[in-house]
Design a binder for this molecule. Structure first.
Ligand SMILES: Cc1ncc(COP(=O)(O)O)c(C=O)c1O
Length: 460
């Protein structure tokens, strides 16, 4: 898989340099992972991310379809990288570009878009996608208001995944000489994973496709159960992966499994890639590597894994590469503050649960005896709900039920489950008005509970 040096080509314009990115073997950061691991380093694209590929394809497909006309305005909601690819296309082809971004995106991304002449609208992150202020809705509104404008909509525009089917997939197949066994990548719009997966599975259906998701996103649960569970949705920090919607570009049938990675583990893995491999990469690249590490026991000894790294680290220097930013979030290893540490004091005690078929009376007795305010509901296989003092009071008063009512008729949604490696801040982000507690998986299959009160005392 080595190449001889060739005279670099001369190009007509910057757009022609998109694609044909290198595959780089990983060493120290993948010690203990079976087989060989290669990185598809997408920051070699001129806009420093893989999204250049799909941005150009969306623009050219729209031109061909007559949706984008000379002098037109492109309007897109973007986490930054698609905006960058669109900006390059807009500059070279003479279009105006407006990007709507959520306020959790790094300032660097916004400044870079402005440098390329784009107009930026910053929208709040913590609103539902259909809220009029969300970055999806603002893009739609501007598209309706501005004449001769085109809204590519990277989430549902299938030119997105087609770009990766036409270019990224074939490159990976050829670069590994058809030896790839596993492809691992973060999933946002789903374009990268679905396009690459389609090409690779057509070549060899045995190739495993693993999607990396974030805590706070709906993908993993939807893939495993077919349920779009809104209780999975909460704020998180990692940029570019995970969603609170199901974009049309995600082809769930082509994805073999999803793995969730915490904000903290993704950030730490990205820092390791910089210091141990010389790869200064974006946040979601750390998540992708960490996803592979978490699944290493599933890999055969002769695996040839390819992890796609979406973008460059320059856009994250004020975040994951800034020690103060990391420390404030409890992400640095030397700081205490992960959830396993928060439950360490009561790990020796059994986790108290109640079954859905038990009467409310049993819940009340257990709460009184152990001086607790909530219980996870477990049906012997999995957590199916939760019962709190508020549920019980509401059932007895407003609903006029008796103490013999079964727990399953009164219980609320299950408590969110987070791994022990998540930070206390991530735990707090996962709580909502309705959720009183979290379940911490501190070892495989072993859970403990943390109440709102427990979490607040960790930060006060
Ligand atoms: C940094 C980063 N990582 C991962 C992704 C996810 O890629 P895709 O949208 O193709 O699923 C994106 C997409 O915007 C991104 O910008």
């Amino acid at each position: 898989m080595s190449t001889t040096r060739q005279t670099p080509p001369v190009y007509e314009n910057i757009l022609e340099t998109i694609g044909r990115t290198p595959l780089v073997k990983l060493h120290k950061t993948v010690e203990g992972i079976p087989g060989t691991v290669y990185a598809k380093v997408e920051y070699f694209n001129p806009g420093h991310s893989t999204k250049d590929r799909m941005a150009l394809k969306m623009v050219e497909d729209a031109e061909r379809a007559g949706l984008l006309k000379p002098g037109g305005t492109i309007i897109e909601c973007t986490s930054g990288n698609t905006g960058m690819g669109l900006a390059l296309a807009a500059v070279v082809k003479g279009y105006k570009l407006i990007c709507t971004l959520s306020d959790k995106q790094s300032k660097e991304k916004m400044d870079v878009l402005r440098a390329l002449g784009a107009e930026i609208y910053v929208c709040p992150t913590n609103v539902a996608p259909d809220h009029p202020d969300s970055y999806y809705s603002v893009a739609r509104r501007l598209n309706a208001e501005i004449p001769n404008s085109y809204f590519p909509n990277q989430y549902d525009n299938l030119s997105n995944r087609e770009a990766h089917y036409e270019t990224t997939g074939p490159e990976i197949w050829e670069q590994t000489e058809g030896k790839i066994t596993h492809f691992i990548v973060g999933v946002g719009t789903g374009g990268t994973i679905s396009g690459v997966a389609k090409y690779l599975k057509e070549k060899n259906p045995a190739i495993q496709i693993w999607g990396v998701d974030s805590y706070g996103s709906v993908f993993k649960k939807y893939h495993e159960t077919g349920v779009f569970d809104t209780s999975e949705i909460y704020g998180y920090i990692t940029e570019g992966i995970g969603e609170d919607i199901l974009p049309k570009n995600v082809d769930f049938d082509l994805i073999d499994r999803f793995e969730k990675v915490t904000d903290r583990d993704g950030a730490l893995a990205a820092r390791e890639l910089a210091r141990q491999e010389g790869l200064l990469l974006g946040y979601s690249c750390g998540s992708a590597l960490q996803g592979l590490r978490q699944l290493k026991d599933e890999l055969p000894a002769d695996a040839v894994s390819v992890v796609l790294f979406h973008d460059h680290g320059s856009r994250y220097v004020g975040k994951i590469y800034n020690d103060d930013w990391m420390r404030e979030r409890g992400f640095l290893k030397e700081t205490t503050g992960n959830l396993a540490e928060a439950v360490a004091g009561h790990k020796h005690l059994p986790l108290l649960t109640i079954q859905p078929e038990e009467p409310l009376m049993n819940a009340v007795v257990a709460m009184k005896r152990h001086s607790i305010s909530q219980l996870p509901v477990h049906d012997g296989q999995r957590f199916v709900g939760s019962i709190t003092e508020s549920h019980i009071i509401q059932a007895l008063t407003e609903e006029g039920r008796g103490m013999d009512t079964l727990v399953k008729h009164v219980m609320g949604a299950p408590f969110p489950v987070l791994p022990g490696s998540a930070s206390v801040q991530e735990g707090i982000a996962a709580l909502s008005k309705e959720q009183n507690a979290l379940l911490i998986e501190w070892a495989p299959g072993k859970h403990h509970i943390l109440s709102k009160h427990d979490l607040l005392t960790r930060i006060a």
